[in-house]
Design a protein around this ligand. Structure first.
Ligand SMILES: NC(=O)c1ccc[n+]([C@@H]2O[C@H](COP(=O)([O-])OP(=O)(O)OC[C@H]3O[C@@H](n4cnc5c(N)ncnc54)[C@H](OP(=O)(O)O)[C@@H]3O)[C@@H](O)[C@H]2O)c1
Length: 274
């Protein structure tokens, strides 16, 4: 049984420090990631669209935990924002990348939503996190340590009406995380897809209004973030209760982990000749 590194701040810093980049850091789970990561002593790059909120958060983190912070204002739904983000942190030794921003607030049928809306959602959940992972993992591989944590969703498990593109994006993210984990874990770099449940975040409350309080089983952001960080050095996925009737999240997680073992053996035979 692997011990969560987050329980040992010095070991957590050694694996994921000295800088973390949190994409979508200004509220909800992103703000929680910033607090919980800074509490271990890791400096934080805070990324989102709202400069004022990020600056205030940065000041709080510096005062509370004695870490350094950098604010990067970026619209992560735009093309090439992942590459721009990496340019903005190129002078830093980044040991941890958290891709948090990604919610679908449209609530539209696939046919109703315009293509621009869907393209922006794909940029935020697919193109930009993929580009940032690809760029940021290179020095991590060279150093033989680091971590990539992508916020997923229970919707990655299957397509749903009114969130078709979103669930497709989260499916991409989940599969990419599983694959990256198999490739990077032997090199010392950890990967986690946090397959998130419904959570009390400002975005959910803006999207659903009072309904957010009426739905049973909505979890608090600080608990989801803590559990995700506990699983970062275990990986490759942590599936929270999805809230979908009939979904046994423990069984789905166990089956996917077993499948990864099976795929590894097959891939070894196919690409390495046994
Ligand atoms: N909340 C839930 O119930 C739920 C359920 C399952 C999965 N998730 C996943 O959990 C993650 C966090 O969700 P969330 O509910 O907190 O909502 P979210 O809107 O994905 O995240 C909020 C954070 O992302 C930033 N952000 C949003 N759009 C951005 C953009 N275009 N460019 C830059 N930053 C942007 C926001 O800052 P600014 O407004 O300052 O830009 C804020 O810091 C997402 O990946 C989501 O898919 C959420």
């Amino acid at each position: 049984m692997t011990t969560p590194l987050i329980d040992n701040p010095a070991a957590f810093c050694a694996q994921y420090g000295p800088w973390a980049v949190i994409a979508g850091a200004s509220d909800g789970t992103g703000e929680q990631f910033a607090h919980q990561i800074a509490a271990t002593g890791i400096n934080c790059v805070l990324v989102s669209r709202r400069h004022g909120v990020l600056t205030t958060l940065g000041e709080t983190l510096e005062k509370t935990y004695g870490v350094k912070t950098r604010v990067v204002v970026l619209d992560l739904s735009l093309a090439n924002a992942g590459i721009q983000l990496c340019k903005a942190v190129a002078d830093l030794e980044v040991g941890l990348f958290v891709s948090n921003a990604g919610a679908d607030t449209a609530g539209k049928l696939f046919a109703e939503g315009d293509l621009n809306t869907w393209h922006n959602l794909i940029n935020m959940n697919v193109h930009n996190p993929m580009d940032a992972c690809h760029i940021l993992m290179q020095p991590m591989i060279e150093r033989g340590r680091g971590g990539l944590l992508l916020m997923g969703s229970g919707q990655a498990i299957g397509g749903q009406p009114r969130t078709g593109v979103y669930s497709a994006c989260k499916g991409f993210s989940l599969n990419l995380c599983e694959a990256m984990w198999t490739e990077l874990k032997p090199l010392g770099v950890d990967v986690l897809s946090a397959v998130a449940p419904l959570m009390h975040t400002p975005t959910l409350h803006r999207t659903l209004g009072d309904l957010a309080h009426a739905i049973p089983g909505v979890l608090d952001a600080d608990y989801v973030v803590r559990t995700s960080l506990e699983n970062l050095n275990i990986g490759p996925i942590y599936i929270f209760p999805t809230g979908i009737p009939g979904d046994d999240h423990e069984a789905i997680m166990a089956a996917r982990k077993q499948r990864i073992d099976n795929v590894l053996a097959l891939a070894k035979a196919m690409f390495e000749g046994g």
